[in-house]
Ligand binder design. Structure first.
Ligand code: CO8
Length: 255
């Protein structure tokens, strides 16, 4: 299998598993990744999802051997990239990328598609497609510019400059940098914490934050407000507020 899955507590863990190819993303891997993500998204016992690789590579980008003979006509007729990448956007629960080693090209775009990126101290991020006379094709030009601003995104895309983990954290691409050996443990701790909260509230927050990329401030604020009002119809919000007032731990039923 190119993708391994397991559940720890309320966390769905997905490990990319093509170590000999630095986890290069071919269609088979991406199809399995999409299926694994959707399965966890639909599993009521899972509250958060982690995508990770190994210590050398989160993923070194699109599989160049699969792409080398690609033609424009085939890319269009096979719906190259769109086919299995659009699935990632359908995932409603929080997804954490735990990045060790390189996240390059499509691998960097995969991390950018996740909701939170946590990086090992030795992780590196890059969009080196220019070296192949290509360009990012899974949202990298857009999401990187949103994540770190135009100047640095242009630098990465045009010069193939790589960021180390500390730079990536400083620029806002990564939310936490942890020692290499602690990556999975820290990612699981973060995911467990997130998954302990009310799943419908997490889904509402993810949807609202993502609105910022799609809409004006006025519309986004309206969207957020309606989402908050809807929370007042939920058992979990009632329980969360009662538990606070009664000085006890809330017992969320994810409803
Ligand atoms: N595709 C296919 N095979 C790869 C890839 C890749 N992207 N990256 C590494 N490999 C393979 C190597 O060919 C090598 O195989 P073998 O042992 O059979 O020769 C093996 O993995 C180990 O690689 P290296 O020997 O090169 O290991 P190094 O430690 O010297 O270097 C690097 C590691 C820096 C990761 C180097 O391999 C590298 O630069 N790889 C290419 C990175 C790259 O250019 N990525 C961008 C690809 S284009 C892209 O992602 C477009 C995105 C489009 C959307 C996504 C669609 C899925």
């Amino acid at each position: 299998m190119d993708v391994l899955t397991r559940i720890e507590g309320r966390v769905g863990l997905i490990t990319l598993n093509r170590p000999a190819q630095m986890n290069a993303l071919n269609n088979a891997l991406m199809d399995q990744l999409g299926s694994a993500l959707l399965a966890f998204d639909n599993d009521p016992d899972v509250g958060a999802i982690i995508v990770t690789g190994n210590e050398k590579a989160f993923a070194a980008g699109a599989d160049i051997s699969e792409m080398a003979d690609m033609t424009c006509a085939r890319a269009m007729s096979e719906n190259f990239i769109t086919r299995n990448w659009e699935m990632l956007r359908q995932v409603r629960k929080p997804v954490i990328a735990a990045v060790g080693g390189v996240a390059l090209g499509g691998g960097c775009e995969l991390a950018l598609t996740c909701d939170i990126v946590i990086a090992a101290a030795s992780a590196r991020f890059g969009l080196p497609e220019i070296k192949l006379a290509l360009l990012p094709g899974a949202g990298g030009t857009q999401r990187m510019a949103h994540a770190i601003g135009k100047a640095k995104a242009m630098d990465m895309c045009l010069s193939a400059r790589m960021l180390d983990a500390a730079e990536a954290e400083r620029y806002g691409l990564v939310s936490r940098v942890v020692p290499d050996a602690a990556l999975l443990e820290q990612a699981l701790a973060l995911a467990e914490k997130i998954a302990s909260f009310s799943t419908p509230a997490l889904v509402a927050i993810k949807e609202a934050v993502n609105r910022t990329y799609e809409t004006s401030l006025t519309e986004g604020i309206l969207f957020e407000r309606r989402a908050l009002y809807a929370r007042f119809a939920s058992a979990d919000a009632r329980e969360g507020m009662q538990a606070f007032l009664q000085k006890r731990t809330p017992n969320f039923t994810h409803s």
